[in-house]
Ligand binder design. Structure first.
Ligand SMILES: [Zn+2]
Length: 415
């Protein structure tokens, strides 16, 4: 830390003390909603104005109604979805405030807000995350909804811009709208900041493993192959390890990622670049890693059509497969239905996002993973301040590091 940093911090602390004094000095009953500290008139929001360019704009912070929550953002993970949107706006959302893997502190909330979407009490000062927005389908707002796919729901961070503007987590403040808007959120004050930033991607894996369990094939002693060791594949391994699966082989082309996979709980890593002799040779390496047997179950965690075609060859007759790598349309994959599905009697499930129930299971997963020493929070390799958000997205697109985070509280960014 240099002198300039120290000076900046001292100035910030002094300023906040002044603000606090002012807030406490306000006449009682003046504020309609419970609040902590003082809330500025305006907050920064990173708005994607054209592909490849975020502009950090300032917007008025709206009045907090009886059912609304104002969150001071701490940090937000950069998702593959954000990266795709940054690169070429495939969802046609520009101008848009992105960022859905965020967490922060409730600084103000309406009098009707007393509990989160799991029924747990919330108060000003608590740390929260948002989950799906179910405004188009009120039936789905019930808590137990494993039975229903939530593919059509919205999230904060992928909403069209409107007069509220504070719609994404890449911002100083997020405005969580109450009532018929259909917002869901959870009190996660018991989790550390880095774990909270990883909740959304981890929930994708908790859901995928639930889908895999529905086949009846994934068991305690199953041999499981996980293909792809980006954040999703690595979290998959950690979830499997945490639930007691202990024969896991990871497949990837990057030796560092394979080494990390082993720290996350994989027994062996197979680098496909070492097997250029075709898929039979690669499948042979996976089989060897399992002591001469093929996998009982496979998780396909890449967006590569070739990888999808390959994974069938790693799985035994009567085995199972969960495909979760294609978060966007990555094109068609070629398989041989006779050899790959019919004669093998393979059971295949697809997995897409998560449910509210998966979110709550994810909180428990993150605590347990930490307790058994899995380096889950080391997935966050970069923390950029909000003012350098373009660099954060470029770093993600260059596939440097693993999980990139954008810190709205800039004191939490890498120095
Ligand atoms: Zn995401």
């Amino acid at each position: 830390m240099n002198d300039q940093n120290i000076e900046a911090i001292v100035r910030a602390v002094l300023a906040s003390m002044q603000q606090e004094k002012a807030a406490y000095g306000a006449p009682a009953g003046a504020a309609p909603a419970a609040a902590v500290g003082s809330i500025p008139k305006k907050g920064r929001v990173a708005v994607l104005t054209k592909p490849g360019n975020f502009e950090v704009r300032e917007y008025d912070i709206p009045e907090v109604g009886d059912d609304d929550i104002l969150v001071k953002v701490e940090g937000t993970g950069v998702c593959g979805t954000d990266a795709h949107e940054f690169k070429r706006d495939p969802f046609g959302l520009i101008p848009v405030a992105l960022g859905h893997e965020g967490t922060g502190t409730i600084v103000k909330m309406g009098k009707n807000v007393t509990r989160d979407s799991a029924g747990n009490p919330v108060k000003v000062g608590d740390k929260i995350v948002t989950c799906m927005i179910f405004k188009d389908n009120p039936d789905i707002t019930t808590f137990d909804l494993n039975k229903q796919n939530v593919g059509g729901a919205d999230v904060y961070g992928l909403l069209p811009d409107d007069d509220v503007h504070l719609n994404g987590w890449f911002a100083d403040y997020l405005f969580v709208r109450g009532g018929a808007f259909g917002s869901t959120f959870f009190n996660v004050s018991h989790l550390d900041l880095d774990s909270r930033i990883l909740i959304e991607p981890a929930a994708v894996l908790v859901h995928a493993v639930e889908r895999a369990k529905s086949t009846g094939i994934l068991r305690f002693a199953s041999r499981v192959v996980v293909q792809g060791c980006g954040p999703i594949g690595l979290l998959c391994i950690a979830v499997l390890r945490t639930m007691g699966v202990n024969q896991i082989v990871a497949v990837d082309g990057n030796p560092q990622r394979l080494a990390f996979a082993q720290r996350m709980g994989a027994d062996e890593g197979v680098n496909y670049n070492d097997y250029k002799g075709g898929i039979e040779e690669l499948a042979g390496a996976v089989q060897k890693a399992f002591g001469g047997k093929l996998a009982d179950f496979g998780f396909q965690c890449t967006g590569s059509p070739v990888a999808h075609s390959n994974i069938y060859k790693f799985i035994r007759n009567g085995g199972g497969l969960c495909e979760l790598g294609f978060f966007i349309n990555g094109g068609d994959a070629t398989i041989n239905p006779h050899f790959d599905i019919c004669s093998k009697e393979l059971t295949i499930v697809g997995s897409w996002v998560y449910t509210l129930r998966d979110y709550v299971n994810t909180f428990a997963f993150l605590e347990r993973a930490k307790a058994i020493g899995l380096p889950v929070t080391e997935l966050i390799t970069h923390k950029f301040p909000l003012s350098r958000i373009n660099e954060a997205l470029e770093t993600n697109l260059a596939q440097k590091g693993l999980k990139i985070a954008v810190m709205s509280d800039e004191s939490l960014a890498d120095q």
